[in-house]
Design a protein around this ligand. Structure first.
Ligand SMILES: Cc1ncc(C[n+]2csc(CCOP(=O)(O)OP(=O)(O)O)c2C)c(N)n1
Ligand SMILES: [Mg+2]
Length: 560
């Protein structure tokens, strides 16, 4: 029997369903009405989440990719919509997250005239996306969608941008849908495993560093058994603490912005460094200073699913193109290494615990205590989402992530992520507690998505840490140009009143002791809830006050 005739929109949606897509995030546009019409038919199996800004929609799709390992889907309109979505596409690229952004495009009859809102997305996103293409013929949609899924998920995952000319979407074609695709597996060779075991067995000061994507529950379980069998300390890269239970006796801490000096020393002093999944980027290497370029002092065993990432900056002694799961399964539980190395793991964990021990901070609201309370209060499967700013360092340093996919944060350091990522988390896991952790600057980058949370009845707890400034930049300003504050102060709205206007439960918290009961009321609200935390501007960093930073900056300037 010949395949039935369908519109491009119908073929596209049928192929997303065939790929197992469970949600799509959008801001609508007249450029892709045929897709919206086809989505209407599958609203039960592939529900659409309509957002208020494409930056929010793209972040949600990116977070969906982190939460599921399959591409998050965003639909945005031509020029303006595609431009707004850029931040999510860039984040997916830096974070190695599978995502597909479909962009409406002018019809073939107007193309290349710079028609209304026309952009060539292949050129616009050519250097950011992993693949950017345009589907010109409806009968080729199944081929493009299958290729987009495979590209987004395989090797080093990343974002794909597919442009959809309006006339192509409305045209009819007869074609067969593509079957569901899985990411291409990459496995180590027998010789590579033997060599890796040999290096580790001889190591006296080994360190495992995990990060990147392509992890799954089995790989995380295998990491745990592997670390226990070899008695290895395990450090997690920036925003990847969820890969290894932070309470585990072998957990050594995270290596990213604000790395503990003792852990940084362990990286420098390691004799064998086993990096699994992490691409060894700028943030994980302390600005390429923790390890020498191109030949690091430790014997580097680099395991990454994308062959292009191996030896990109650091020349490994052993380069293994493999997924974390395939590598760890092949390593198995080989004999224990030297006794000396075993003591090493326990010492690294003791240092981590000391690093998260509270220190005094100025003001009535103590984030050390608040995050410690959350650490005890939240169940293991609670999901915490944050963006970028000094406020995030408390969470990163004090909260102990226990389970895979409970941490959503941008490796790219992009602001505005905490609100939309939390929405994606609650959409994917409605039964779990989701906490959105934001600075005042960060929150207002995508605070409009509170409307989305309210529209879909998502009972997320949004926390806004208000210090009246873009604090991170103020910190850098006081260090480099002390006492010349410019462009970093913020006059803020009443965040609780703002949240109430969106239909959320909201409270303002000014003292540490008020936080716990307010948080419990927020959890019980059964609708979006926001806690506005007023932080003393002096509590600018976890260890130094604003005045101390300024004094240090002034002293440094006198020496210059
Ligand atoms: C989209 C984006 N714009 C700008 C920056 C630069 N930036 C990094 S942190 C920061 C300030 C964050 O302010 P806030 O959320 O209030 O957190 P705080 O540092 O005050 O705790 C800025 C502007 C960024 N990382 N991302
Ligand atoms: Mg701030």
């Amino acid at each position: 029997m010949p395949a039935p005739s369908r519109t491009g929109g119908e073929i596209l949606v049928a192929n997303l369903v065939a790929q197992g897509s469970t949600h799509a995030f959008c801001v609508p546009g007249e450029s892709y009405l045929a897709v919206l019409d086809a989505l209407y038919e599958v609203r039960e199996t592939l529900p659409l989440v309509v957002c208020r800004q494409e930056g929010g929609a793209a972040y949600m799709a990116e977070a969906y990719g982190k939460l599921t390992g399959r591409p998050g889907i965003a639909f945005v309109t031509r020029g303006p919509g595609a431009s707004n979505a850029a931040i999510g596409i860039h984040t997916a690229a830096q974070d190695s997250t599978p995502m597909i952004v479909f962009v409406g495009q002018v019809g073939g009859d107007f193309v290349d005239r710079e028609a209304f809102q026309e952009i060539d997305y292949r050129r616009m996103y050519g250097s950011v996306a992993k693949w950017a293409a345009q589907i010109d013929r409806a009968e080729r949609i199944p081929e493009y969608v299958a290729h987009a899924y495979r590209t987004a998920m395989s090797g080093r995952p990343g974002p794909v941008v597919l442009a959809l000319p309006e006339d192509m979407l409305a045209s009819r074609a007869s074609c067969v849908d593509a079957p569901r695709v899985e990411p291409v597996e990459a496995s180590p060779s027998v010789d590579q495993i033997a060599a890796a075991r040999e290096f580790l067995a001889a190591a006296k000061r080994p360190l495992v560093l995990v990060g990147g994507s392509r992890w799954d529950d089995d790989a995380c379980a295998a990491l745990r058994s592997f670390a226990e069998a070899y008695d290895l300390p395990v450090a997690c890269s920036f925003r990847h603490q969820h890969l290894f239970d932070n309470r585990h006796a072998n957990y050594a801490g995270d290596i990213g912005i604000g790395v503990s000096p003792k852990l940084a020393a362990r990286v420098r002093d390691a004799d064998v460094l086993l990096a699994i999944g992490e691409r060894l980027g700028e943030i994980t290497t302390g600005g390429y200073a923790l390890l020498d370029v191109p030949l690091p002092a430790p014997t580097l065993i680099h395991v990454h699913p994308g062959p292009d990432e191996l030896g990109r900056v650091y020349q490994p002694a052993l380069a293994i193109a493999a997924t974390p799961g395939a590598f760890l399964a092949a390593m198995g539980l080989a004999p224990r290494p030297q006794l000396e190395a075993r003591k090493y793991a326990a010492a690294a964990h003791a240092e981590y615990e000391a690093w998260r021990a509270p220190q005094p901070v100025p003001g009535d609201l103590d984030l050390w205590q608040i995050v410690r309370w959350l650490d005890g209060r939240l169940p293991d499967d609670a999901i915490l989402a944050n963006g970028a700013g000094n406020y995030a360092t408390w969470l990163q340093r004090v909260y102990r992530y226990r389970r895979f996919r409970t941490q959503l944060g941008p490796y790219s350091g992009a602001m505005g992520y905490g609100v939309p990522a939390a929405i994606a988390a609650k959409v994917v896991h409605p039964e779990r507690i989701v906490v959105s952790w934001n600075g005042d600057g960060c929150f207002l980058m995508n605070g409009q998505e509170l409307a989305t949370a309210s529209q879909y009845g998502l009972d997320i707890v949004f926390i806004v840490i208000d210090n009246g400034m873009y604090g991170t930049i103020r910190m850098h300003q006081e260090r480099a140009y002390p006492a010349r504050v410019y462009g970093t102060a913020l006059a803020n709205p009443d965040f609780a009143a703002l949240a109430r206007a969106y239909g959320a439960h909201a409270e303002t918290v000014t003292h540490t002791a008020e936080f716990a009961p307010a948080f419990d009321r927020a959890l019980a609200a059964q609708r979006p809830a926001l806690l506005h935390l007023k932080l003393d501007p002096q509590a600018l960093t976890m260890s130094a006050s604003l005045d101390e930073l300024r004094a240090q900056g002034l002293a440094a300037r006198r020496c210059r």
